[in-house]
Design a protein around this ligand. Structure first.
Ligand SMILES: Cc1cc2nc3c(=O)[nH]c(=O)nc-3n(C[C@H](O)[C@H](O)[C@H](O)COP(=O)(O)O)c2cc1C
Length: 250
């Protein structure tokens, strides 16, 4: 039965996924609305549509247009984005929310710890990463795939200087994602950093902290439509470094 559900063109790994529990089935705790008697119809997407004629020729320009529209429309923190990375050689994927802080002519810039965090280990072994934005108020999603490059310390310093002092101290104090014995340990580290920079207004950006630019080779714009017949347009870089656009099936 399972074999018939999986088309022969599917990547081989999919067939190796663990479907052990499918026949008996785990006990469901949550069943998202799906149009059954017990669970009313899932929400429909009715807020807009997207046509090829509305797209810019450059996906970064298109993102800029959509982002500014999201800001004007009161989308809650449209800069909130899921960053997914994957460690090699294990291939294990990890994902977390971060903030997009800058969009420049090369790509999407986020700021983080590059010394101890999980993402730092992933990116050190594998430069490929993806970003996923979701703006529910507009029923829009943007997916980005690309490769990562670190900003220089001088570039990171420019953004670092805009952060409130507490966040600058915090960046020095936190060995992000390392295990703490308790909150007190973190607070002691903060106190130590406070002492170190006492009386200094200008705090240098930590060498283990800064910007990461995701330089895209794929950007997809998704507009929700009724009956799940969404509009999707995918920009892909071709061999001549030119963007091509395809409409994708929902
Ligand atoms: C809304 C939101 C925004 C966040 N923004 C950032 C960010 O810009 N940079 C960052 O390092 N962590 C940010 N975090 C924390 C990360 O999700 C994560 O806990 C941290 O980066 C460590 O992840 P890692 O060890 O997987 O790398 C944010 C969390 C939330 C919920």
């Amino acid at each position: 039965m399972l074999r018939r559900l999986i088309s022969p063109s599917y990547p081989r790994q999919i067939a190796h996924c663990n479907f052990r529990n499918m026949s008996s089935g785990p006990t469901k705790r949550i069943f998202a609305p799906g149009g059954t008697a017990e669970a009313p119809q899932a929400q429909q997407y009715t807020k807009g549509s997207l046509d090829r004629s509305q797209l810019e020729t450059d996906p970064l320009a298109q993102f800029d247009t959509w982002f500014k529209h999201a800001q004007k429309s009161g989308v809650h923190q449209p800069e909130t984005v899921n960053l997914a990375t994957a460690e090699l050689p294990s291939g294990r994927v990890s994902a977390r929310m971060v903030y997009l802080k800058e969009l420049d002519s090369r790509g999407f810039v986020v700021y983080s710890n590059w010394g101890t965090s999980r993402k730092s280990r992933d990116v050190a072994s594998n430069p490929h990463a993806s970003l996923t934005f979701y703006w529910p108020e507009l029923e829009r999603q943007v997916r980005v795939e690309g490769s990562c490059e670190r900003l220089t310390d001088a570039e990171s310093q420019v953004y670092f200087d805009t952060r409130i002092r507490g966040s600058r101290i915090g960046a020095w104090a936190s060995q992000q994602s390392s295990v703490l014995t308790g909150r007190e340990e973190l607070e002691a580290q903060v106190e130590e950093v406070e002492k170190r920079f006492e009386g200094e207004e200008k705090i240098p950006v930590p060498p283990f902290w800064g910007g990461l630019r995701i330089v895209p080779d794929m950007v997809e714009f998704w507009q929700g439509r009724p009956s799940r017949l969404h509009d999707r347009f995918k920009f892909t870089l071709d061999g001549n470094n030119k963007w091509t656009v395809d409409r994708l099936s929902p």
